[in-house]
Design a protein around this ligand. Structure first.
Ligand code: NDP
Length: 244
């Protein structure tokens, strides 16, 4: 999927320890990009960096901790020469009715999914500006468009990401392309961390027909491989059996 103009760029992927982030790291590395794998679970990202080999580095970082993101950016600058692509993928989905007693989980989703992406972008912005043309890829969700019961806080983070990305596009393009990817049901570990029993059961039932994370990774790899003169602004990708 790579084009000559895009191969060999440096991609920073948050939440690269599992699911869509890990699959994206594999897809971008296969296309010839060098990749910086960011996540909290150091063992996972080190194993993936070993698997990907030369040009892949593992950088333990928590997107809710600005100091750790700043330290990660310094390593990316020092070891890979700076980022050309930032994939804001780190996220948690701790669905539960908003009226339930799960305030900490609601706030954690906002801190991780929305404020974490904003922090990471702000920290890496200078690096994205310095190359031949940067790419910002924000992983939103179908839940940035459709909000079933139990998704109030999660949908707020993804709706927020969509609105933030729309405004960023106006501010940052043409220098930095801003792309929003809105996956439907993808078979990952995302629902493992849900604590509300009914919400967890509903999310687990979806895994019966969810599609694999490399399907989304392929779309991301395609989007960043397009010539800089065009931008795939917003891409909604759902399993064919998922109509809404
Ligand atoms: P996973 O649970 O497999 O991956 C989530 C990733 O986010 C992990 O690598 C995790 O790493 C990382 N993460 C969580 N909190 C933090 C943090 N504070 N700092 C740094 N990294 C963090 O789920 P998915 O791959 O499915 O999720 C990836 C993204 O895709 C999320 O933004 C999610 O909302 C979105 N999405 C997923 C869909 C799905 O159906 N699966 C559908 C639509 C969107 P670690 O714990 O090691 O820090």
């Amino acid at each position: 999927m790579s084009t000559d103009q895009n191969a060999g760029r440096v991609a920073v992927i948050t939440g690269a320890s599992s699911g869509i982030g890990a699959a994206t790291a594999r897809a971008l590395a296969a296309d010839g990009h060098r990749v910086a794998l960011l996540a909290r679970r150091a063992d996972r990202i080190h194993a993936l960096a070993d698997e990907l080999g030369k040009g892949a580095i593992a950088v333990a970082a928590d997107v809710t901790d600005r100091d750790s993101v700043v330290a990660a950016a310094a390593r990316v600058q020092q070891e890979l020469g700076g980022a050309d692509i930032l994939v804001n993928n780190a996220g948690v989905m701790l669905t539960a009715p908003f009226t339930s007693d799960q305030r900490e989980e609601h706030w954690r989703m906002v801190h991780t999914n929305l404020l974490g992406a904003m922090t990471t972008t702000e920290v890496f912005l200078d690096q994205l500006r310095t190359g031949a043309g940067g790419d910002l890829v924000n992983i939103s969700s179908v839940a940035g468009r459709v909000a079933p019961a139990g998704f109030a806080a999660y949908a707020a983070t993804k709706w927020g990401m969509n609105g933030w990305s729309e405004a960023l596009r106006v501010e940052l393009q043409p220098e930095i392309r801003v792309m929003v990817i809105e996956p439907g049901a993808i078979a990952t570990e995302l629902s493992d961390h849900i604590t509300h029993p009914d919400s967890k059961k509903a999310a687990k039932d979806v895994l019966e027909w969810a599609i694999p994370p490399h399907d989304i990774a392929d779309v991301i790899a395609f989007a960043v491989s397009r010539p800089h003169r065009l931008t795939l602004n917003e891409i909604l990708v759902r399993p064919t059996v998922q109509a809404m």
